[in-house]
Design a protein around this ligand. Structure first.
Ligand SMILES: Cc1ncc(COP(=O)(O)O)c(C=O)c1O
Length: 521
């Protein structure tokens, strides 16, 4: 196999290189036989960990269960879940030196994000192309800072992650993910049909991320009449030809079962080239790590330590913070907040990871018992031993209880403090923060703020993550404060726009027939 190896300076000197790598007018992906493996810094070549900020890494991804093929970034992006049921993680985590972090001061969000993420691409996407994708992903956010920080108290800050098109933190990762999918697929001359089930939020963010992308068709199933009007309209008013909404006569679980059945039908899956953008996709974690770095730098990193308080369900968001810390960001620790579905709070608080039935709460996006991204932390707790991680996961699945042993638990609990916050406490926090600062918190963000207060350490600033705009949960906000949060002006006409959705029974052949027609082949 031919490998073209160019140093960064050579690449800079060869602006026509990409054209030279075009065959029949089609761009050739910089991977496989034509991979432009960017020369790794001498330090890395000598065995030192690869450095973020340098833009030059060769990185491979391994599964947390150790049995799936080792892949490069683009394949990990498209694969989502590993073939052995595990989750992909980088073989070696790129690092940021204190000088690299200092050099981020004053840069706009997109540039910070590009520098943080670049090493994870392993040279498979050219820096200039990637920088353009990142710039474009965040250009539509309605705040110039993309993820602005607000001070709530002397040592307490709020990181607002809800300024994207669907008013949820998921936009930060998904706006980039849609563009990355499109870029990689176009280079390969391939296309996919993304299929997903939603109880509201994720579907809207995924549709916004994939709309009008030439290499993608997207079909989102929601339970007919069982999502809020705002959530439904955020999905059904998107006029793009590649966006398809299915309102299924059934529950969210029925929608999920239909999606699972389509993925389990191997012939159908291959024929339609089904793909997913769910929260276990590595690219989502990588994109979220960027806002941890951006926020910490604003508060003085690397010369001052910070803490983060994160509302958690699937453990994806807090794992992204853990990744930023592994890269070298000076994070003194994390506080995570769950709602009454408190399996993670029980684990970090008392080494009790046992599944209980899911209960509905005011923070529905965290009504979860099995947190899929937790497996990535588990892999590290087991010293990156795939077999041991797989064994632990098997035990958890069979018994509904995870035991990791005293030493591993202590290592995790020393770094991550946790609280379970019930609905009454959530409302109390929304009211108290509003009274003290005028800030309206949605219930998920209120759990973060409450948790930040409970685990505060004097002298170390805590950054609480605000994951949804208060207007997405107006009833809870109004109940706590008497104030009804209004949708931002750009969404003000949402309630008047024309909707497009097809109602179908809970019937697999009917849904498969629809997907077959929707996929443009
Ligand atoms: C608004 C909101 N907050 C918090 C979370 C929890 O994030 P994670 O699942 O990454 O832990 C979610 C997840 O869907 C969410 O939608």
């Amino acid at each position: 196999m031919t490998q073209i190896v160019l140093s960064l300076s050579e690449l800079d000197l060869l602006p026509g290189m990409r054209d030279a790598l075009r065959i029949s007018g089609r761009p050739v992906p910089l991977r496989g036989g034509y991979r432009a493996a960017l020369r790794v810094r001498r330090a890395h070549a000598n065995g030192a960990p690869c450095r973020a900020g340098s833009g030059v890494t060769i990185l491979r991804y391994v599964s947390t269960r150790g049995e799936a093929p080792v892949l490069g970034f683009s394949d990990v992006l498209l694969a989502g879940l590993a073939r052995d049921g595990g989750l992909y993680v980088p073989e070696t985590v790129p690092t940021l030196s204190h000088d690299d972090i200092r050099a981020l001061r004053g840069l706009p969000y997109a540039q910070v994000a590009t520098r943080v993420m670049l090493p994870f691409l392993g040279g498979e996407i050219l820096e200039a192309d990637f920088a353009r994708l990142v710039e474009d992903a965040y250009a539509g956010f309605d705040h110039k800072a993309v993820t602005p920080l607000r001070q709530l108290d002397s040592d307490l800050w709020l990181l607002e992650l809800f300024h994207g098109p669907t008013l949820a933190f998921k936009d930060v990762a998904l706006q980039l993910l849609g563009r990355l999918f499109d870029y990689v697929l176009t280079q390969r001359g391939e296309r996919v049909t993304i299929v997903g089930a939603t109880s509201g939020d994720t579907g809207a963010a995924a549709i916004e991320a994939c709309r009008d992308r030439g290499a993608i068709d997207i079909v989102i199933l929601h339970p007919n009449g069982r999502v809020s009007e705002v959530q439904r309209r955020q999905m059904t008013t998107v006029p793009s030809a590649n966006v398809h909404n299915l309102a299924i006569e059934g529950t969210f679980d029925d929608c999920q079962d239909l999606v699972k059945a389509m993925f389990n039908d191997a012939a159908f899956r291959d024929e339609m080239r089904l793909s997913a953008v769910n929260s276990i996709n590595w690219a989502r974690i990588m994109a979220q790590a960027a806002y941890y770095v951006y926020a910490a730098v604003q508060l003085g990193a690397p010369d001052r330590e910070v803490r983060f308080a994160v509302p958690t369900g699937n453990f994806g968001n807090v794992y992204a913070g853990y990744l930023a810390r592994q890269m070298g960001l000076p994070v003194a620790g994390f506080a995570i907040g769950t709602n009454e579905n408190d399996i993670l709070a029980r684990f970090f608080g008392a080494d009790d990871m046992s599944v209980r039935p899911v209960r509905p709460t005011l923070s529905p996006s965290m009504d979860i018992q099995v947190s899929s991204n937790f497996e990535r932390l588990l892999f590290d707790l087991y010293d990156r031993d795939g077999r041991a991680t797989a064994e632990a996961m098997r035990g958890f699945r069979e018994t509904g209880r995870l035991g990791v042993g005293e030493n591993r638990w202590r290592a995790a609990a020393d770094l991550i403090k946790a609280s379970g916050v019930d609905d009454a406490q959530t409302l109390e926090e929304i009211a108290a923060t509003h009274a003290a600062t005028g800030e309206l918190l949605d219930p998920h963000s209120a759990i973060a703020v409450r948790t930040a207060r409970e685990h505060a350490i004097a002298g170390i600033p805590t950054i609480a993550l605000a994951t949804a705009h208060p207007a997405k949960f107006p009833d809870a906000v109004e109940k706590a404060t008497g104030v009804r949060s209004a949708l931002p002006a750009r969404l003000a006409d949402l309630l008047e726009q024309e909707e497009r959705a097809t109602v179908l029974p809970n019937d697999l052949p009917a849904v498969q027939g629809f997907v077959r027609k929707a996929a443009r082949g």
